[in-house]
Design a protein around this ligand. Structure first.
Ligand SMILES: C[S@@+](CC[C@H](N)C(=O)[O-])C[C@H]1O[C@@H](n2cnc3c(N)ncnc32)[C@H](O)[C@@H]1O
Length: 262
């Protein structure tokens, strides 16, 4: 059961809310004669969020789900209290969130972005290797793709969250930099790339390494931002001096030493 919730955290988060609901109702019902309506609702919502977050922790869901579990009842409660507002802003907000984050529950890769310092280091790395083709797997808003494209380099990105893809495509179209595709990184051809870059999460790393080590050409390089491939020694780890102390894990393709890449 725990495995199911770790694979599909949204199910665990929903269960936590359902289990917390009767407990919170039982605790707050006796207060209804003593406390005014508004403070009572706030107490109930905070209790509901707190208990649901605690249950998510017990189910060992990733930390950001604890935050979601806590904030969700407060957001729903606020929407109910503001009930005289039109419904469409909530509908649009939901649609936008779904278009941005719909892939997160399946792939367990949220959207956060590579900073400019890291992109600049990647550009230097490509120059040093005289690499001309680079692919960002899960390119988000396409910042890395645009930073690396040009001066003889061809940069591509693939992204599967529809709204994120549209934004990336729009900016790349306007700036004329990089090529952004809508698609699944697992189905993307990596065989022609000199460098493949990814900034994902711990969850996909073992399967991603399987794909890249068997499909990328010998002599090419896989660079992972922040997340190492379990049980595979990187050739180098670069620790950057940016504010988040970014670590880049470098895996050359085609090395045959035991325990190393290839
Ligand atoms: C942490 S963000 C990194 C964005 C970008 N690479 C950067 O460094 O700025 C990861 C991105 O991967 C995307 N993603 C997750 N799973 C994916 C998949 N199977 N195919 C394509 N993109 C995916 C997410 O939607 C998200 O935009």
């Amino acid at each position: 059961m725990l495995v199911l919730f770790r694979k599909t955290p949204i199910l665990g988060a929903l269960l936590a809310q359902v289990v917390a609901l009767p407990v919170v109702a039982a605790v707050t019902a006796p207060l209804s004669t003593m406390v005014e309506r508004l403070p009572l609702i706030v107490i109930a919502l905070v209790l509901q969020g707190g208990l649901a977050a605690l249950l998510c922790a017990l189910l060992r869901l990733p930390r950001w789900w604890l935050l979601i579990a806590f904030v969700f009842p407060l957001a729903m409660g606020s929407a109910m209290l503001l009930g005289n507002l039109p419904a469409w802003p909530f509908g649009i907000a939901f649609l936008v969130l779904a278009l941005v984050f719909s892939n997160t529950t399946r792939g367990r890769v949220p959207l956060y972005l590579t900073n400019a310092e890291t992109a600049s280091v990647l550009k230097d790395l490509m120059k040093d290797r005289a690499a001309t083709r680079v692919l960002d797997l899960g390119c988000g808003l396409g910042g890395v793709v645009r930073a690396l494209d040009g001066e003889g380099r061809q940069a591509r990105g693939v992204e599967n969250a529809p709204a994120v893809y549209l934004a990336a495509r729009l900016v790349s179209g306007l700036t004329g930099k990089g090529e952004i595709r809508l698609g699944d990184l697992w189905k993307t051809d990596v065989s022609e790339e000199d460098v493949v870059y990814a900034f994902l999460s711990p969850a996909p790393m073992p399967a991603l390494w399987q794909k890249l080590s068997s499909e990328m050409k010998p002599g090419s390089l896989f660079v992972s931002n922040s997340f190492a491939v379990p049980d595979v020694d990187p050739d180098e780890i670069w620790e950057l001096s940016d504010s988040r102390k970014t670590r880049l894990f470098l895996y050359p393709i085609g090395k045959t030493e035991e325990g190393t890449a290839g």
